[in-house]
Design a protein around this ligand. Structure first.
Ligand code: DGJ
Length: 375
Protein backbone atom coordinates (compact mmCIF):
# COMPACT_ATOMS: atom_id res chain seq x y z
CA UNK A 1 0.00 0.00 0.00
CA UNK A 2 1.46 3.42 -0.91
CA UNK A 3 1.75 6.10 1.78
CA UNK A 4 -1.04 8.38 0.43
CA UNK A 5 -3.53 5.51 0.32
CA UNK A 6 -2.47 4.45 3.84
CA UNK A 7 -2.97 7.98 5.23
CA UNK A 8 -6.37 8.28 3.49
CA UNK A 9 -7.56 4.99 4.98
CA UNK A 10 -6.21 5.87 8.44
CA UNK A 11 -8.02 9.25 8.30
CA UNK A 12 -11.24 7.51 7.25
CA UNK A 13 -11.16 5.09 10.18
CA UNK A 14 -10.26 7.86 12.63
CA UNK A 15 -13.24 9.85 11.32
CA UNK A 16 -15.50 6.82 11.73
CA UNK A 17 -14.32 6.31 15.33
CA UNK A 18 -14.92 10.02 16.07
CA UNK A 19 -18.46 9.83 14.62
CA UNK A 20 -19.23 6.69 16.64
CA UNK A 21 -17.87 8.27 19.82
CA UNK A 22 -19.96 11.35 19.14
CA UNK A 23 -23.10 9.27 18.60
CA UNK A 24 -22.38 7.25 21.73
CA UNK A 25 -21.95 10.27 23.94
CA UNK A 26 -25.04 11.86 22.37
CA UNK A 27 -27.25 8.90 23.28
CA UNK A 28 -26.11 9.31 26.90
CA UNK A 29 -26.70 13.06 27.01
CA UNK A 30 -26.10 14.28 30.54
CA UNK A 31 -29.15 15.63 32.35
CA UNK A 32 -28.63 18.98 34.01
CA UNK A 33 -32.06 19.70 35.46
CA UNK A 34 -34.90 18.18 37.45
CA UNK A 35 -38.17 18.09 35.52
CA UNK A 36 -40.82 17.02 38.06
CA UNK A 37 -43.50 14.71 36.71
CA UNK A 38 -41.68 13.91 33.46
CA UNK A 39 -40.12 10.59 32.40
CA UNK A 40 -36.72 10.36 34.14
CA UNK A 41 -34.32 8.17 32.12
CA UNK A 42 -31.52 6.27 33.85
CA UNK A 43 -28.09 5.59 32.25
CA UNK A 44 -29.70 3.04 29.94
CA UNK A 45 -32.45 5.43 28.84
CA UNK A 46 -35.10 3.58 30.89
CA UNK A 47 -37.50 5.50 33.21
CA UNK A 48 -36.21 5.15 36.78
CA UNK A 49 -38.06 2.40 38.63
CA UNK A 50 -37.71 3.28 42.33
CA UNK A 51 -41.10 4.29 43.71
CA UNK A 52 -41.86 5.20 47.33
CA UNK A 53 -38.11 5.46 47.69
CA UNK A 54 -35.41 7.04 49.76
CA UNK A 55 -31.81 8.09 49.24
CA UNK A 56 -28.63 7.28 51.13
CA UNK A 57 -25.50 9.39 50.65
CA UNK A 58 -22.24 7.53 51.09
CA UNK A 59 -18.67 8.44 50.11
CA UNK A 60 -19.57 11.04 47.49
CA UNK A 61 -22.39 9.04 45.92
CA UNK A 62 -26.14 9.07 46.32
CA UNK A 63 -27.97 5.73 46.31
CA UNK A 64 -31.67 5.77 45.48
CA UNK A 65 -33.68 2.73 46.63
CA UNK A 66 -37.33 2.25 45.71
CA UNK A 67 -40.10 -0.14 44.82
CA UNK A 68 -39.54 -1.83 41.45
CA UNK A 69 -42.88 -1.90 39.61
CA UNK A 70 -43.68 -3.98 36.56
CA UNK A 71 -45.82 -3.20 33.51
CA UNK A 72 -49.26 -4.76 33.30
CA UNK A 73 -51.83 -5.57 35.92
CA UNK A 74 -49.57 -6.50 38.87
CA UNK A 75 -50.57 -3.18 40.44
CA UNK A 76 -48.77 -2.68 43.67
CA UNK A 77 -47.62 -6.28 44.17
CA UNK A 78 -43.86 -6.77 44.50
CA UNK A 79 -42.89 -9.10 41.63
CA UNK A 80 -39.19 -8.19 41.61
CA UNK A 81 -38.02 -6.33 44.72
CA UNK A 82 -36.19 -3.14 45.62
CA UNK A 83 -34.32 -1.36 42.85
CA UNK A 84 -31.13 0.65 43.44
CA UNK A 85 -29.61 3.50 41.39
CA UNK A 86 -26.50 5.58 42.05
CA UNK A 87 -25.56 9.14 41.16
CA UNK A 88 -22.91 11.72 41.89
CA UNK A 89 -24.89 14.76 40.71
CA UNK A 90 -28.54 13.81 41.48
CA UNK A 91 -29.64 14.39 37.87
CA UNK A 92 -28.02 11.34 36.24
CA UNK A 93 -28.67 7.90 37.72
CA UNK A 94 -26.90 4.63 37.02
CA UNK A 95 -28.93 1.45 37.25
CA UNK A 96 -27.31 -0.67 40.00
CA UNK A 97 -29.86 -3.47 39.68
CA UNK A 98 -32.10 -5.13 42.24
CA UNK A 99 -30.80 -4.65 45.79
CA UNK A 100 -33.37 -6.90 47.49
CA UNK A 101 -35.07 -9.69 45.56
CA UNK A 102 -38.46 -11.05 46.51
CA UNK A 103 -38.47 -14.80 47.18
CA UNK A 104 -39.76 -17.55 44.89
CA UNK A 105 -40.86 -19.47 48.00
CA UNK A 106 -44.56 -18.64 48.59
CA UNK A 107 -44.05 -19.36 52.32
CA UNK A 108 -41.37 -16.68 52.64
CA UNK A 109 -42.42 -13.37 54.25
CA UNK A 110 -41.21 -11.52 51.16
CA UNK A 111 -42.72 -13.98 48.68
CA UNK A 112 -43.09 -12.79 45.10
CA UNK A 113 -46.47 -11.02 44.87
CA UNK A 114 -46.36 -9.64 48.41
CA UNK A 115 -46.63 -5.88 48.99
CA UNK A 116 -43.28 -4.34 49.81
CA UNK A 117 -43.44 -0.57 50.08
CA UNK A 118 -41.36 2.50 50.86
CA UNK A 119 -37.91 0.90 51.35
CA UNK A 120 -35.35 3.09 53.15
CA UNK A 121 -31.66 2.24 53.60
CA UNK A 122 -29.36 3.55 56.34
CA UNK A 123 -25.75 2.75 57.21
CA UNK A 124 -24.85 1.43 60.64
CA UNK A 125 -21.38 2.54 61.77
CA UNK A 126 -21.14 -0.06 64.54
CA UNK A 127 -21.82 -3.12 62.41
CA UNK A 128 -20.64 -1.53 59.14
CA UNK A 129 -23.78 -2.91 57.53
CA UNK A 130 -26.36 -1.29 55.32
CA UNK A 131 -29.82 -1.75 56.81
CA UNK A 132 -32.99 -1.64 54.72
CA UNK A 133 -36.42 -1.20 56.32
CA UNK A 134 -39.70 -1.47 54.44
CA UNK A 135 -43.43 -1.82 54.93
CA UNK A 136 -44.44 -5.43 54.29
CA UNK A 137 -47.80 -7.01 53.54
CA UNK A 138 -47.82 -10.79 53.33
CA UNK A 139 -48.75 -12.55 50.08
CA UNK A 140 -52.48 -12.71 49.47
CA UNK A 141 -53.42 -10.93 52.70
CA UNK A 142 -54.15 -7.46 51.28
CA UNK A 143 -53.07 -4.79 53.75
CA UNK A 144 -53.89 -6.83 56.86
CA UNK A 145 -50.41 -7.83 58.04
CA UNK A 146 -49.12 -4.24 58.49
CA UNK A 147 -45.55 -5.32 59.30
CA UNK A 148 -42.14 -3.76 59.25
CA UNK A 149 -39.50 -5.75 57.37
CA UNK A 150 -35.71 -5.51 57.62
CA UNK A 151 -32.82 -6.70 55.44
CA UNK A 152 -29.07 -6.06 55.61
CA UNK A 153 -26.06 -6.06 53.31
CA UNK A 154 -22.30 -5.51 53.56
CA UNK A 155 -22.39 -3.65 50.26
CA UNK A 156 -24.53 -0.58 49.67
CA UNK A 157 -25.96 -1.78 46.36
CA UNK A 158 -26.71 -5.24 47.81
CA UNK A 159 -27.65 -8.01 47.54
CA UNK A 160 -29.59 -7.47 50.80
CA UNK A 161 -30.49 -10.48 52.92
CA UNK A 162 -33.97 -10.49 54.39
CA UNK A 163 -33.85 -10.92 58.18
CA UNK A 164 -37.36 -10.69 59.63
CA UNK A 165 -40.72 -8.95 59.56
CA UNK A 166 -42.99 -8.18 62.48
CA UNK A 167 -45.24 -5.65 64.20
CA UNK A 168 -43.09 -3.39 66.37
CA UNK A 169 -43.10 -2.89 70.13
CA UNK A 170 -45.39 -5.67 71.44
CA UNK A 171 -46.42 -5.12 75.06
CA UNK A 172 -44.90 -1.64 75.16
CA UNK A 173 -46.73 1.51 76.21
CA UNK A 174 -45.70 4.83 74.60
CA UNK A 175 -42.90 6.92 76.07
CA UNK A 176 -44.24 10.05 77.76
CA UNK A 177 -42.22 13.21 78.38
CA UNK A 178 -43.15 15.93 80.89
CA UNK A 179 -44.64 17.75 77.86
CA UNK A 180 -46.98 14.94 76.80
CA UNK A 181 -50.55 16.24 77.26
CA UNK A 182 -52.64 14.16 79.68
CA UNK A 183 -55.31 13.58 77.02
CA UNK A 184 -52.68 11.93 74.78
CA UNK A 185 -51.90 9.22 77.30
CA UNK A 186 -53.56 5.91 76.49
CA UNK A 187 -55.71 4.14 79.01
CA UNK A 188 -56.28 0.61 77.80
CA UNK A 189 -58.78 -0.03 80.62
CA UNK A 190 -61.06 2.51 78.92
CA UNK A 191 -59.70 3.67 75.52
CA UNK A 192 -60.78 7.27 74.94
CA UNK A 193 -60.94 7.14 71.14
CA UNK A 194 -61.14 4.77 68.20
CA UNK A 195 -57.39 5.05 67.57
CA UNK A 196 -56.59 4.42 71.26
CA UNK A 197 -58.79 1.34 70.88
CA UNK A 198 -56.67 0.09 67.95
CA UNK A 199 -53.52 0.75 69.98
CA UNK A 200 -54.84 -1.32 72.89
CA UNK A 201 -56.11 -4.09 70.60
CA UNK A 202 -52.60 -4.43 69.11
CA UNK A 203 -50.67 -4.01 72.34
CA UNK A 204 -50.02 -7.75 72.91
CA UNK A 205 -48.90 -8.57 69.34
CA UNK A 206 -47.18 -5.33 68.35
CA UNK A 207 -48.37 -2.18 66.64
CA UNK A 208 -49.38 -2.02 62.97
CA UNK A 209 -46.62 -0.61 60.75
CA UNK A 210 -47.45 0.66 57.27
CA UNK A 211 -46.17 3.79 55.44
CA UNK A 212 -42.74 4.48 56.87
CA UNK A 213 -39.35 6.09 56.88
CA UNK A 214 -36.11 5.73 58.85
CA UNK A 215 -34.20 8.70 60.18
CA UNK A 216 -30.65 8.67 61.59
CA UNK A 217 -29.86 11.52 63.99
CA UNK A 218 -26.46 13.24 64.36
CA UNK A 219 -25.70 11.10 67.42
CA UNK A 220 -26.15 7.87 65.43
CA UNK A 221 -29.52 6.96 66.99
CA UNK A 222 -31.99 5.74 64.37
CA UNK A 223 -35.77 6.02 64.38
CA UNK A 224 -38.47 4.19 62.47
CA UNK A 225 -41.52 6.35 61.78
CA UNK A 226 -44.65 4.56 60.60
CA UNK A 227 -48.40 4.82 60.14
CA UNK A 228 -50.00 2.72 62.84
CA UNK A 229 -53.38 2.05 64.49
CA UNK A 230 -55.19 1.42 61.15
CA UNK A 231 -53.30 4.44 59.77
CA UNK A 232 -54.89 6.81 62.31
CA UNK A 233 -51.71 7.66 64.18
CA UNK A 234 -47.98 7.89 63.45
CA UNK A 235 -45.45 6.14 65.69
CA UNK A 236 -41.86 7.31 66.01
CA UNK A 237 -39.86 4.42 67.45
CA UNK A 238 -36.21 4.07 68.43
CA UNK A 239 -34.18 1.34 66.72
CA UNK A 240 -31.61 -0.85 68.47
CA UNK A 241 -27.92 0.13 68.15
CA UNK A 242 -27.49 -2.22 65.15
CA UNK A 243 -30.65 -0.71 63.57
CA UNK A 244 -32.26 -4.12 62.99
CA UNK A 245 -34.84 -4.07 65.78
CA UNK A 246 -36.98 -1.82 67.98
CA UNK A 247 -36.00 -0.90 71.54
CA UNK A 248 -39.58 -0.53 72.81
CA UNK A 249 -39.27 3.25 73.22
CA UNK A 250 -41.70 5.16 71.00
CA UNK A 251 -44.10 8.09 70.87
CA UNK A 252 -47.40 8.62 69.06
CA UNK A 253 -47.70 11.66 66.78
CA UNK A 254 -50.76 13.58 65.56
CA UNK A 255 -53.03 11.03 67.16
CA UNK A 256 -56.15 10.12 65.20
CA UNK A 257 -55.41 12.31 62.15
CA UNK A 258 -54.38 9.67 59.60
CA UNK A 259 -50.90 10.67 58.48
CA UNK A 260 -49.13 8.63 55.80
CA UNK A 261 -45.90 8.90 53.82
CA UNK A 262 -43.65 10.39 56.55
CA UNK A 263 -40.30 11.96 55.61
CA UNK A 264 -37.95 13.41 58.27
CA UNK A 265 -35.04 15.80 58.22
CA UNK A 266 -33.16 18.07 60.61
CA UNK A 267 -31.95 21.65 60.20
CA UNK A 268 -30.39 23.96 62.80
CA UNK A 269 -31.24 21.47 65.56
CA UNK A 270 -34.95 21.40 64.61
CA UNK A 271 -36.60 18.19 63.45
CA UNK A 272 -38.98 18.45 60.51
CA UNK A 273 -41.46 15.95 59.17
CA UNK A 274 -43.53 16.13 56.00
CA UNK A 275 -46.34 13.64 55.48
CA UNK A 276 -49.63 13.24 53.67
CA UNK A 277 -53.24 12.49 54.48
CA UNK A 278 -54.68 9.05 53.87
CA UNK A 279 -56.62 8.71 50.58
CA UNK A 280 -55.32 5.49 49.00
CA UNK A 281 -53.48 6.28 45.76
CA UNK A 282 -55.24 9.60 45.23
CA UNK A 283 -53.21 12.68 46.13
CA UNK A 284 -54.16 14.92 49.03
CA UNK A 285 -52.65 17.91 50.83
CA UNK A 286 -49.24 17.45 52.42
CA UNK A 287 -48.76 18.35 56.08
CA UNK A 288 -45.67 19.34 58.01
CA UNK A 289 -44.57 19.19 61.62
CA UNK A 290 -41.59 20.36 63.61
CA UNK A 291 -40.12 19.46 66.97
CA UNK A 292 -37.26 20.66 69.14
CA UNK A 293 -36.74 17.16 70.49
CA UNK A 294 -37.15 13.94 68.54
CA UNK A 295 -39.46 12.84 71.40
CA UNK A 296 -41.76 15.77 70.77
CA UNK A 297 -43.95 17.58 71.10
CA UNK A 298 -44.34 17.51 67.32
CA UNK A 299 -46.18 20.66 66.27
CA UNK A 300 -48.57 20.48 63.32
CA UNK A 301 -48.18 23.39 60.85
CA UNK A 302 -50.52 22.50 57.97
CA UNK A 303 -49.66 22.34 54.28
CA UNK A 304 -46.12 23.38 53.22
CA UNK A 305 -47.10 23.47 49.52
CA UNK A 306 -48.11 26.76 47.92
CA UNK A 307 -49.78 27.82 44.66
CA UNK A 308 -51.89 25.89 42.13
CA UNK A 309 -52.55 22.24 43.04
CA UNK A 310 -50.91 22.69 46.42
CA UNK A 311 -54.08 21.12 47.91
CA UNK A 312 -53.10 17.83 46.22
CA UNK A 313 -49.29 18.14 46.57
CA UNK A 314 -49.18 18.81 42.80
CA UNK A 315 -50.50 15.27 42.27
CA UNK A 316 -47.85 13.59 44.42
CA UNK A 317 -47.28 12.08 47.86
CA UNK A 318 -44.18 12.56 50.01
CA UNK A 319 -41.60 9.78 50.27
CA UNK A 320 -38.30 11.33 51.41
CA UNK A 321 -36.52 14.60 52.10
CA UNK A 322 -32.98 14.60 50.78
CA UNK A 323 -30.27 16.83 52.29
CA UNK A 324 -27.97 17.89 49.42
CA UNK A 325 -24.39 17.05 50.41
CA UNK A 326 -22.04 19.99 50.85
CA UNK A 327 -24.75 22.65 50.65
CA UNK A 328 -26.24 24.50 53.57
CA UNK A 329 -30.03 24.59 53.96
CA UNK A 330 -30.44 22.54 50.79
CA UNK A 331 -33.20 19.95 51.11
CA UNK A 332 -35.15 18.30 48.32
CA UNK A 333 -38.75 17.25 48.84
CA UNK A 334 -39.24 13.92 47.02
CA UNK A 335 -42.73 12.74 46.15
CA UNK A 336 -44.35 10.02 44.05
CA UNK A 337 -47.04 10.65 41.50
CA UNK A 338 -48.73 7.24 41.63
CA UNK A 339 -50.28 5.63 38.56
CA UNK A 340 -51.91 2.53 40.09
CA UNK A 341 -53.31 1.26 36.73
CA UNK A 342 -49.77 1.19 35.29
CA UNK A 343 -47.55 1.41 38.36
CA UNK A 344 -44.28 1.35 36.38
CA UNK A 345 -45.23 4.71 34.84
CA UNK A 346 -45.31 6.42 38.26
CA UNK A 347 -43.49 9.75 38.16
CA UNK A 348 -41.22 11.54 40.58
CA UNK A 349 -41.79 15.06 41.83
CA UNK A 350 -38.64 16.55 43.30
CA UNK A 351 -38.91 20.12 44.53
CA UNK A 352 -36.65 22.37 46.62
CA UNK A 353 -37.71 23.25 50.16
CA UNK A 354 -37.60 26.97 50.98
CA UNK A 355 -37.03 28.17 54.53
CA UNK A 356 -38.76 31.27 55.90
CA UNK A 357 -37.03 31.49 59.25
CA UNK A 358 -37.76 28.08 60.74
CA UNK A 359 -40.87 27.60 58.60
CA UNK A 360 -40.83 25.68 55.34
CA UNK A 361 -42.50 26.17 51.98
CA UNK A 362 -42.65 24.12 48.79
CA UNK A 363 -43.47 25.65 45.42
CA UNK A 364 -44.00 23.99 42.06
CA UNK A 365 -41.30 24.35 39.39
CA UNK A 366 -41.53 22.89 35.87
CA UNK A 367 -37.77 22.52 35.84
CA UNK A 368 -34.94 23.52 38.16
CA UNK A 369 -31.39 22.74 39.17
CA UNK A 370 -29.27 22.77 42.31
CA UNK A 371 -28.38 26.42 41.61
CA UNK A 372 -31.60 27.34 43.47
CA UNK A 373 -29.69 26.53 46.66
CA UNK A 374 -27.47 29.49 47.24
CA UNK A 375 -24.51 28.05 49.15
C1 DGJ B 1 -50.91 5.29 50.11
C2 DGJ B 1 -49.62 4.90 50.71
O1 DGJ B 1 -48.91 6.02 51.02
C3 DGJ B 1 -48.90 3.98 49.80
O2 DGJ B 1 -47.62 3.68 50.27
C4 DGJ B 1 -49.76 2.78 49.71
O3 DGJ B 1 -49.79 2.14 50.96
C5 DGJ B 1 -51.16 3.13 49.27
N1 DGJ B 1 -51.72 4.15 50.09
C6 DGJ B 1 -52.07 1.96 49.31
O4 DGJ B 1 -53.38 2.36 49.00
Amino acid sequence: MNTTLYIKQKTKSLLLIAILLCLGSHSKAQQKQFTPGKIWPDDKGVHINAHGGGILYKKGKYYWFGEHKIAGDAGNRAMVGVHCYSSTDLYNWKDEGIALNVSDDPENDIAKGCILERPKVVYNKLTKKYVMWFHLELLGKGYAAARAGVATSDKVTGPYTFIKSYRPNPGQMPFYTPLTPENEKVNCAAPASETDGFFCRDLPGGQMARDMTVFVDDDGEAYHVFSSEENYTLDLAQLTPDYTGHTGKFIRIYIGHQTEAPALFKRNGIYYMIGSGCTGWAPNAARWFSAKSIWGPWIFHGNPCKGPDSNITYGGQSTHVLPVAGKKDAFIFMADKWTPKDAIDGRYLWLPITFKGDDIEINWLDSWDLGVFKR
